[in-house]
Ligand binder design. Structure first.
Ligand SMILES: [Zn+2]
Length: 213
């Protein structure tokens, strides 16, 4: 659908009507169970891939689903304030950091200053993932030294980026505390756009495993 006005009309007449009671209930407030930190990419639709309704996911979306480290800088408060609000005020029970295949943000980590000169804010934002880039480049070098070629650089970047953002979540004292008291679950997901598969990060094995019944 290209006509977004037509979409609004259809929403009101079809979807809203279908969930009228839910919307009436939600009018007075929200009580989401999950903070979903995803990429701004138009192909990632959190409510669709989790089959959730309005009121269930509190979302933070930005380029490459990033979590700025706690109070390291005041430059990224748009993201950090939403995380703080979800945990401290809304008391969500889960946090999901969801990355995805063919992420343009992750690919841009390897672009030169010249290539990013028209998007200075994007370039600044991507600095948050410098440790990810470093890790991937070192890892690929090490693999090559061992004579193991064929490492998929974009997959490695996208998946390690998720792991790095999970680490950054633990720089938030209130998240660390709630997690240690088992009051909150934290997940890292990798969504494959072309197959519809979602993989969940297993910290013990350091691997992403497909979510299946
Ligand atoms: Zn992306």
């Amino acid at each position: 659908m290209n006509n977004i006005f037509e979409g609004v009309f259809k929403f009101k007449n079809e979807d809203y009507e279908k969930h009228k009671n839910l919307f009436a209930e939600l009018e007075s407030g929200q009580n989401p169970h999950t903070l979903f930190i995803g990429c701004s990419d138009s192909r990632v639709v959190p409510s669709l891939i989790t089959k959730t309704l309005p009121g269930e996911l509190f979302m933070v979306r930005n380029i490459a689903n990033m979590v700025p480290p706690y109070r390291e800088t005041e430059e990224y408060v748009s993201t950090t304030s939403a995380i703080e609000f979800a945990i401290e005020v809304l008391n969500v029970k889960n946090i999901v950091v969801c990355g995805h295949s063919n992420c343009g943000g992750c690919a841009s980590l390897y672009k030169s200053e010249e290539e990013l000169k028209n998007v200075p804010h994007v370039r600044k934002w991507l600095e948050l993932a410098n440790p990810v880039k470093e890790y991937v480049l070192n890892n690929i070098k090490a693999e090559e030294k061992r004579g193991m070629g064929g490492v998929n650089k974009s997959l490695l970047t996208e998946q390690f980026n998720i792991v790095h953002q999970l680490d950054n979540l633990f720089t938030y004292p209130f998240i660390k505390e709630k997690y240690s008291k088992k009051e909150i679950n934290i997940y890292g997901w990798y969504y494959m756009i072309g197959t519809g598969e979602v993989y969940n990060y297993d910290k013990k094995n350091g691997s992403f495993n497909i979510i299946a019944k």
